[in-house]
Design a protein around this ligand. Sequence first.
Ligand SMILES: Nc1ncnc2c1ncn2[C@@H]1O[C@H](COP(=O)(O)OP(=O)(O)OP(=O)(O)O)[C@@H](O)[C@H]1O
Length: 334
Amino acid sequence: MTESDTRTIPGYTLSRTLGRGNTSLVRLAVDREGEQVALKIPHEETLGNQEAAERFGNEVRLTLQFRHPHVVRGYAGTAFGPGAFLAIRYYPDGALNEQLARIPGRTLPIKGGLRILADLASALAYLHHLGAVHQDLKTHNVYVDGQGRAALGDLGNTYFVAQGGQVSGSPYYMAPEIYHGESSSAASDVYSLGILMYELLSGDRPYQGNSYEELMVSHMTRFPAPLTHLNPAVSRPLSRLAEQALAKRPGERPRADAIRRALLTDLGETPHDEVYEDSRVSQATQDKETGRTTTALMGRHGPSQPRSAPAEAKPEAQPEAQRGAGWNPFKRRK
Ligand SMILES: Nc1ncnc2c1ncn2[C@@H]1O[C@H](COP(=O)(O)OP(=O)(O)OP(=O)(O)O)[C@@H](O)[C@H]1O
């Protein structure tokens, strides 16, 4: 039992633990309106480490700021200090990796997979439209509701390109240029989406490796079989787009919105242009769908300082990469 297990958050009745990540403990809770929410409570070590605390503060700030049906909805939060927390929409089935682990063969019905991917492409197109990059698209950060609609969560590493940010990513999903130590971009998010397309539509991630170095070589030098060969239910145009999303050069990758359109076409729908609400945060706004008041209680935080991004993503700057034993291809490199 840690300090985050015993903390109380004013205004919420806490119940069972939903999960425990590297940054926070996630508890099911009921708010003042009697609605269930997931409460993210940072670990003591997170609050005690400036970089981790800033990442949590960033997640609170951006989750409350962004407004999109396929970005996990934030209801309230405190970004910094001993009372830091984030209240978000509760997903009873947990994260997508946990859902997949319960499905034999880890393979979703084709329409379910296409729908999740279309929702995620829509979320990325929205972030990219705002000039932001997510940097950590993976099944662990995707939440799917009872209707099979997906939302992208975990915005701790998201940053606005114009303001600069620290490069990060998870080895299974990381674009070649990030392995090279270059900056992340909308195109590196699209690469991660390409990996997810293979994962959800073929049942396997396209690049494998038993160490950081093996996985890096795989991302940099190999080319996966066309998706349509692995799953004939995938149309040729979509298969081609998935291959392009995995282009080694960022400039050759399609935009997230083009992938959204192709996915909707495969679902038999006519893709329309998406119109975005103004996402600038107001301190207290009414949520249109739920009527719930969203309150952003923000402590000392602001846009992160521009940093020289690439250095920390370089393999040589990753001690875990050399250790081998602690190797976890899902773990965010930061
Ligand atoms: N909105 C939610 N609804 C239901 N369960 C959730 C929700 N958010 C998180 N969880 C559960 O809590 C676990 C930990 O959450 P998460 O991975 O976001 O933690 P974190 O510490 O913020 O992330 P990281 O480990 O990437 O730093 C998830 O794997 C999931 O099981």
